[in-house]
Design a protein around this ligand. Structure first.
Ligand code: ADP
Ligand code: GN1
Ligand code: MG
Length: 371
């Protein structure tokens, strides 16, 4: 845990003035360390988010920041042209006093950006209207970036959604058994490997030219989109570190994986973990209302499957991290990654049972959009 003094020192290096009066830690992300700091300048309050970029996960934070700055500038112009408010609808990063995009400090790398006030995120929802709004937000994000020059994007985590490689990493972790946990996870490992044959389906579609490479967010979980406190509408997509060339299927599937669930991502009581068809339909409606016209038939045909794939992949990643000794995702207890993996695999089974229904929902929503 960083001290207020350390965080204020970082702020000064980004030219922030005033007296620090309050700070708070955000705990909903699994990767970076995020702090809100409030400064007073003669009574006028300014709120900043200070983030310690996880350099184990993101090996080249400077190049990552070039992606993020370039994408947010691009978005800002489009938002302004559409009459929106770029200060609320996209992120605004500060530079250091000597013009750098982030501040290296030993193994740490810091960045600062404006806190978007009167906003909040969800880790779990029940109200379909909220999830529809999330779908609109991520669909809009994809539409706005449709003509962003993809060749300019640096791949911040190579092979991020290469599911077969994720399965290979699981096999390697099991073989190595670095921290002696293999005996605890035999049934989860068998479950994951029994489905490995399906892991390459999205990449096969890409290779055969059936789905296009797009600019995608790649981490569209519900707590990576801000909602307006008053209107309850989605306002701003955040956590832009994994913007890379990818498939629309990754963004749709990951949003469903996290948001259409009836329990938290780390709920240990698996009887509570299920996928809600009402939430699934609501997200599909919101998302497709913004970007259906830009999707190919093959993308649409695989949207329901993408929820299976992203859930399976995430379960594989949590299980791998558990076997590796929790070196990647932040944890709150020793079993955290195993609980998360079991939770994802329960969702995988749920999706397998409901896939025909989910496919029918997508077709219904697409037909309604065309009418
Ligand atoms: P991580 O990579 O660890 O998930 P995020 O960038 O998603 O980090 O930030 C963690 C949390 O901080 C978010 O889930 C959200 O609650 C909050 N947050 C991030 N950026 C903003 C912002 N600009 N305004 C308000 N809250 C934010
Ligand atoms: C991480 O950073 P955060 O918490 O939004 C992870 C995602 C996983 C997710 C699982 C860079 O997302 O890929 O799907 O946890 N981000 C990275 O909740 O690995
Ligand atoms: Mg996040």
């Amino acid at each position: 845990m960083e001290s207020l003094k350390k965080i204020v020192d970082v702020c000064r290096r980004f030219g922030v003035t005033g007296d620090p009066i309050r700070y708070k830690t955000f705990t909903d992300g699994h990767i970076n360390a995020t702090f809100l700091v409030v400064f007073s300048n003669g009574g006028e309050l300014k709120k900043y988010l200070v983030q310690n970029i996880n350099t184990v996960v993101f090996k080249e934070p400077e190049r990552l920041m070039e992606n993020v700055i370039s994408v947010t500038h691009f978005l800002r112009k489009k938002i302004r042209a559409a009459g929106g408010d770029p200060e609320r609808e996209t992120l605004h990063f500060l530079k250091t006093t000597d013009g750098q995009l982030c501040l290296r400090d030993g193994e740490h790398c810091w960045r600062i950006y404006h806190f978007i006030d009167d906003s909040f995120t969800y880790d779990l929802i029940e109200d379909p209207a909220i999830f529809r709004a999330a779908g609109e937000g991520f669909g809009r994000f994809q539409r706005l970036l449709a003509d962003y020059p993809i060749e300019n994007l640096f791949e911040t985590i190579p092979d991020f959604h290469d599911t077969p490689k994720r399965v290979d990493a699981l096999r390697a972790a099991a073989q190595q058994d670095a921290v002696g946990r293999l005996h605890e996870v035999r049934s989860e490992l068998d479950f994951a490997l029994s489905r490995a044959g399906e892991a390459s389906r999205a990449l096969d579609l890409l290779k055969s030219g059936n789905v296009p490479l797009r600019v995608t967010h790649n981490d569209t979980k519900l707590n990576n989109i801000l909602f307006d406190t008053t209107t309850k509408k989605s306002i701003c997509v955040i956590d832009l570190d994994t913007i890379m060339p990818g498939l629309s299927l990754y963004d749709f599937g990951d949003a469903i994986r996290f948001g259409a669930k009836t329990a938290f991502e780390d709920e240990a009581d698996l009887s509570k973990v299920s996928i809600s068809m009402e939430l699934f339909a609501a997200y599909a409606e919101g998302y497709l209302s913004e970007c259906a016209m830009a999707l190919t038939q093959s993308e649409i045909d695989h949207l329901a499957f993408s929820a299976w794939l992203m859930t399976y992949e995430c379960g594989v990643r949590f299980l791998t991290d558990y076997l590796n000794g929790d070196v990647y995702f932040k944890i709150d207890c020793p079993e955290h990654n195993l609980i998360r993996a079991r939770n994802q695999f329960k969702m995988v089974k749920e999706i397998e049972a409901k896939l025909p229904e989910m496919e029918a929902i997508v077709q219904r929503v697409v037909a309604a959009n065309k009418a």
